[in-house]
Ligand binder design. Structure first.
Ligand SMILES: [Zn+2]
Length: 127
């Protein structure tokens, strides 16, 4: 599993779920995946695309628990979708903005869904 692909996938999932949650056009949120920090690990930034910011990203971070739950829903969609979609499709992560990453193999829906669920389960049990 490529870590870059996981972060790219998570970035699109957060962007699309954030747009769904706030009832926005997904183009109102931007996502950039890049290496960050001294260790140069893959990381991502979610931001408002409007000049000066619209406060959407802030609202999402303030409602992080709901945002992550919505992100799981975007990746899962339904039992039928989950059974047949390995990397991405139009029902989950595929948009005109993610098409190039899809073609590069940078969308890994199933493995990111599994990782996200495990992290949320671990967070619940540690509270
Ligand atoms: Zn799909």
């Amino acid at each position: 599993m490529q870590k870059q692909a996981e972060v790219v996938t998570l970035g699109y999932a957060l962007k699309l779920s954030g747009a769904e949650m706030l009832e926005l056009d997904h183009r109102e949120l931007g996502v950039v995946v890049t290496r960050v920090g001294i260790a140069k690990r893959w990381g991502l930034q979610i931001f408002d695309t409007s000049a000066g910011g619209a406060g959407h990203a802030l609202e999402l971070f303030e409602n992080g628990k709901q945002w992550l739950a919505t992100t799981v829903q975007v990746l899962y969609r339904s039992e039928a979708h989950d059974a047949r979609c390995e990397t991405a499709c139009i029902r989950c992560l595929l948009t005109t903005g993610s098409q190039l990453d899809y073609e590069k193999g940078n969308l890994q829906r199933r493995s990111v869904l599994r990782t996200l669920r495990n992290l949320l389960k671990a967070a619940e049990t540690s509270l």
